[in-house]
Design a protein. Structure first.
Lengths: 495, 349
């Protein structure tokens, strides 16, 4: 395969109100694993979308081997040999490996599917990846990393010059990652260019040849992996970040309101113990897959636990479930608000009253006036932007939807709120409002546990941060005495 | 106001009108149909014909209200027809055997009703338990009981209808009627109105009850939440399993009432009653605006759906359509209703 170079020149991408990319120039070579790193919202996914033809830049050009490329859609990019493998799998679990690779393009012979050729071709492609996967195997019988390899093999079947891998290890266990890396290296040695998007910096040393760091829509720099230390990259990613907007007078009482005693869910988290004080905002920092979300759900009783208990107000609860925990004054805003926090087809009024149903009712009978008061209170307090409480929550923006999830629980008059990634997919203004809500409720004595991938958020909001790694609390830190880079290193260490 | 604003305004207004029309599809369809039939068909717009329509559709209608709960909760119950037959058979058998053992026929019948009700509650719990705890689909669970209950009905009745065992009052729910006092009749003119059949009254009472539960109670709200998004409902601390079991029990109990009405009408219990009713019942619920994925639907809509289906059948019978043509027409109308409701979902989104 000949050398090819994918080059972007002065790419600008504007969205209403924000500039996602601001004059990005970058050059990526084939035969190498080019890592692209940056925190959430840095613009790396926008850049990937431009390369894959999913969106058009506001200005600037991309070139493949000095030839100008103009994409109107993703098939255009595919024709030029630029293939994207997305985080979400696009495979069909019930079909065989070969069928998945050639989905919709099965080799034909006299109007019928040529199964023999399909299996043979698939075997050839899989061999290029140096993996031992049977093309006749049904996909759902494979392990996660093998599925990811099939996904990449499918991309390979388009005979690409460049393959973009978007967080390919996000769903993989530690030992699987190594197997996937071997396949990726084999692919690189075939001469294909690989653009590797990740937020897991510990992977870079193992897989990346070059690293390009993007921050706030601009390229901070491109370095050869062999020449830098991980700490340098962290500094490039975060730059000179300062904690801001932190209210000065946040005081926590000494009264312990909840104690988690040796909570364990096999395979997710093990022997987790900590205590939460009244009015405290406790952060839990951890990478994806560290067990942070599962821990939060375990405390709330959303998933069963294998051992341990939670003590609230001196009462120890072993077999927790959401109904029971609600009675003890707990509330949870789940990670995925659309799938498990809201009922999208129902009105804002309804969604603000589901958790507090018993409080707004008179026995079994609903009190319409009280329901409306409950809804009005949260719409006003949380500044939910809507023309009417009878609109469906579907019509709201992400930030306002998140506020409805929060309001649903605040209506239960909770003592402890658990927030799982409350700022995911919402704009900065809404994010600040959510933090504001946490602070004001904390001042009123509501305790909070706040889980987030965004370390700067935790540093900004929390009184105390627990770091969770591979299902274990490894460290307790004071956000006022630690920098984000140090916190990041603690989260990553040992992986 | 600028021209652009005016055009935008007009567009807004037009969208509002379209949404209003789509929200009231069933009302508009029903009124249009009634107007057309009363103009074109002699004898349609009479008291006795309307009472006929209500009586003929009351049994399926009663079940349809329960089915609305089940469908709004995101589930389905295919076994209702078999329960209609089974409850009639159980009561008939209880009357026959207990009377043979020396008991009074009224006591025997009441014991039969108690057994039928208890059995229906058990079936409802079984449906709820297996579709929640084991994650079996309600479609499959109730498809199983559709067959099993039919078979049990056949076993209990020995394969033949059990006739003339019920006490004299048993046909009241299915066949009796309340006479309207003479002075009211005279206001409207003699022969213009007469009595109201009991089945019509049962239909209205069942409507009022279920509509109340669905609209004014936290149970109703839990049903909507469970069907709208079971995971969100669960994480909001709503007892999803209890809600599902409640819906399954209610529809089974309403099927028992329909069974008492049906067997009372002909004074016999037979395992072949209620065969295939589930399709008509589900059709009325869907025409009434409920969606099969759950979370949306009203009891009022279902009532209109039941009446609509009844009026169509009645109109076509008066117009001498044969039964097969009636099937085709009803199928097409259901298709139209569902098409409109998916269009409505799209316009609103």
């Amino acid at each position: 395969m000949t050398e090819s170079i994918l080059r972007a020149e002065k790419i600008v991408k504007d969205y209403p109100g924000t500039r996602a990319l601001d004059g990005v120039s970058i050059s990526l070579e084939s035969g190498k694993v080019n890592a692209l790193v940056g925190k959430n919202g840095s613009g790396k996914s926008t850049l990937v979308k431009i390369f894959s033809g999913a969106i058009k830049p506001t200005s600037g050009n991309i070139y493949l081997n000095d030839r100008l490329l103009q994409f109107n859609s993703t098939p255009d990019a595919l024709k030029e040999g630029i293939v994207t493998v997305y985080q979400e799998m696009s495979l069909v679990p019930a079909l065989t490996v070969a069928e998945n690779i050639f989905l919709n393009r099965m080799p034909m012979k006299r109007g019928r599917i040529n199964w023999q050729k399909a299996y043979e071709d698939a075997a050839v492609l899989l061999k290029k990846m140096h993996v031992n996967i049977n093309p006749r195997e049904v996909l759902s019988r494979l392990s996660m990393w093998q599925m990811q390899v099939v996904e990449i093999t499918k991309a390979l079947s388009f005979n690409p010059k460049m393959i973009m891998l978007d967080e390919p290890t996000s769903a993989l266990a530690q030992n699987e990652v190594q197997s996937l890396f071997e396949a990726i290296r084999a692919l690189r040695d075939e001469g294909v260019g690989i653009i590797y998007i990740t937020h897991k910096l510990q992977e870079l040393a193992q897989i990346a040849d070059t690293v390009t760091v993007i921050r706030d829509g601009t390229i901070v720099g491109k370095v050869n992996m062999a020449e830098v230390r991980q700490k340098d990259i962290i500094d490039m990613i975060f730059g000179g970040f300062e904690v801001k907007n932190r209210p000065a007078n946040i005081k926590v009482s000494d009264e312990i309101i909840m104690q988690v005693n040796g909570l364990t869910r096999d395979g997710w988290y093990k022997d987790v113990s900590f205590s939460l004080r009244k009015g405290e905002i406790l952060g839990i920092a951890g990478m994806l897959g560290s067990g942070r979300t599962e821990l939060l759900r375990g405390i709330f009783g959303a998933d069963p636990v294998d051992a341990g208990s939670v003590t609230i107000d001196g009462k120890t609860i072993t077999h927790a479930n959401p109904i029971k925990m609600k009675k003890f004054g707990l509330g949870l805003t789940p990670e995925d608000r659309k799938l498990s926090g809201l009922i999208l087809i129902h009105s804002i009024l309804d969604n603000l009253n589901y958790a507090s149903m018993d409080r707004s009712a008179d026995g079994l009978l609903e009190d319409k006036k009280k329901r409306m008061l409950f809804a009005e209170k949260q719409i006003h307090d949380l500044d939910i932007k809507t023309t009417s409480m009878y609109n469906s929550v579907n019509s709201l923006s992400g930030g306002n939807q998140q506020k409805v999830v929060v309001g649903n629980w605040l209506n239960t008059n909770p003592k402890i709120m658990l927030y799982d990634e409350p700022s995911r997919g919402i704009d900065i203004a809404a994010k600040q409002q959510i933090f504001e809500i946490m602070w004001t409720r904390a001042a009123k004595g509501i305790s909070t546990i706040f889980v987030s991938t965004e370390l700067e958020e935790l540093l900004e909001v929390c009184h105390k941060i627990l770091v969770i790694r591979q299902g274990k609390i490894v460290k307790e830190v004071n956000p006022e005495r630690i920098t984000i880079n140090e916190l990041y290193e603690i989260c990553m260490k040992g992986e | 106001m600028s021209t652009a604003e005016l055009i935008l305004n007009r567009k807004e207004k037009r969208k509002k009108v379209i949404i209003f029309l789509l929200d009231h599809t069933i009302e508009i369809m029903l009124i249009t149909l009634v107007v057309l039939l009363s103009v074109s068909v002699h004898g349609f717009m009479t008291w006795s014909n309307w009472m006929n329509i209500l009586r003929a559709n009351s049994m399926k209608g009663v079940i349809a209200f329960g089915m609305t709960m089940v469908i709004v909760a995101g589930m389905i119950d295919l076994s209702v027809g078999s329960q209609v037959a089974l409850s009639g058979v159980i009561i008939a058998r209880a009357c026959r055997d207990l009377v043979a053992g020396g008991m009074g026929v009224t006591q025997a019948c009441i014991i039969g009703i108690i057994i039928a009700v208890a059995f229906a509650i058990v079936i409802g719990i079984v449906h709820g338990f297996f579709s929640h705890a084991t994650k079996m689909q309600p479609f499959i669970v109730t498809l199983v009981t559709l067959g099993v209950l039919y078979g049990v009905g056949g076993i209990i009745s020995g394969g033949f209808p059990i006739a003339n065992q019920y006490p004299g009052w048993f046909n009241v729910l299915g066949g009796g009627r309340i006479n309207i006092p003479g002075w009211i009749v005279r206001i409207f003119g003699v022969n213009k109105i007469d009595g109201i059949p009991y089945p019509a009254i049962v239909l209205i009472l069942a409507y009022l009850l279920i509509n109340y539960v669905m609209t004014y109670t936290t149970i109703g709200r839990s049903i909507y939440a469970t069907g709208g998004n079971p995971e969100s409902a669960r994480l909001s601390g709503i007892n999803v399993q209890r809600t599902k079991i409640f819906c399954f029990i209610m529809v089974q109990l309403l099927a028992v009432i329909a069974g008492i009405m049906t067997s009372g009408q002909v004074l016999a219990g037979s395992y072949s009653f209620g065969r295939g009713w589930e399709t008509d019942v589900i059709s009325s619920v869907v025409i009434g605006g409920a969606i099969m994925t759950g979370g949306i639907g009203t009891v009022k809509g279902t009532l209109l759906g039941v009446i609509f289906m009844g009026v169509i059948s009645n109109g076509m019978t008066l117009l001498n359509f044969d039964i097969y043509t009636q099937y085709v027409v009803r199928g097409l109308i259901m298709f139209l209703a569902v098409l409109l409701s998916t269009y409505r979902a799209r316009v609103k989104a």
